[in-house]
Design a protein around this ligand. Sequence first.
Ligand code: PMP
Length: 384
Amino acid sequence: MFSERIERLSGSLIREILSLTQRPGMISFAGGLPASHMMPCFDFTQLPAELRQYGPSEGEPILREKIAEHVRQLGIQATAEQVLVLSGSQQALDLVAKLFIDPGTPMLVEAPTYLAALQNFKLFGADLHELPLSAAGIDPEQLRQTAQRTRPACCYLIPTFQNPSGYCYSPETRAAVSQVLDDLMLPLIEDEPYRELAYDAVERRPLCAGLKQAPFIYCGSFSKTATPGLRVGYLVASPKLMPYLIKLKQAADLHTNRVGQYVLAKWLDTPDYHAHIATIRQYYRQQRDTMIDALNRHCQELAEWETPPGGLFIWARLRKPLDTREILKTTMARNVAFMPGEPFFATPVDTAGCIRLNFSHASADAVEQGIAIIKDALQDAFVN
Ligand code: PMP
């Protein structure tokens, strides 16, 4: 009855956990939810009447201009014609898969990487090859060798405040990775929804900004800076990829909601926008520090972690390679949720021994309580 593709459709563990975290009294470090009370309030009353009509598939011209301006500031030399506004940056992953992947097409991804990207690439039948990720990024030499061996159609990377790890490529790694991609003319899909959530003043150039000739698709989002409910994200692509991407967007949903695009474009022009970014950075930095402090006091014997310089996640590596899905069952019985590490790997792993902790959503008290409960569960699992 269904397509062959449906056989490859996996459920998302995160969505299952998220539905359970709606239970009253639950402390959740599972989802990547921005803090609701930090989201801007938009005025939806003074909207131009024309927004009620169908709009251009590429996106609202004023928003495309603003996005082009933004990425140029990051060093990506792009015009508004290279911008495609999307229904969340998640849509970029769908369009990318349709553009590059047939069943069996080789593709490179980080290990670990974004769960919903894996779900999507697998649905289209990608033959995924993993590039192990460390706190400084992937190994550029390994990228070169793996690409030469597997001949991938493209490479999907999250170099800044990665999901799930919070890791961030060093400047050296950024330069070397861009060089390898250029040498091999390997198309890059660079996904950066967390870029603006930086908790230090370090400058981080997108990999796309370092490319001279390799084709690229740079993905960005307003979900973490404004609000995910609006579902507005974007991609910026090499000119020769644009005609295909625009047609794929037309075929997918005609265009992104015009109201959200308009409201965002107006907001980006106000001083409120810059003040808001400063405020959320400050708030999330504090949230991060609260969780790191709780981890330091409770979990040092049990796990290790880096302090992420931005983003929404801490990736804790257990000192024993356990199946963290089992540990989740124990903490869920005490109303605490986190994301087990196993689903973030393209190649199935029995025991990732890593967990992802989100620090943006829970209150300071809940963080203290929740981390203490995770400690108990880890201690039990270590001795059993
Ligand atoms: N890419 C990554 C790495 C993500 O973590 C997310 C969601 N948090 C997305 C893309 C999709 O974000 P959105 O569709 O809300 O822009």
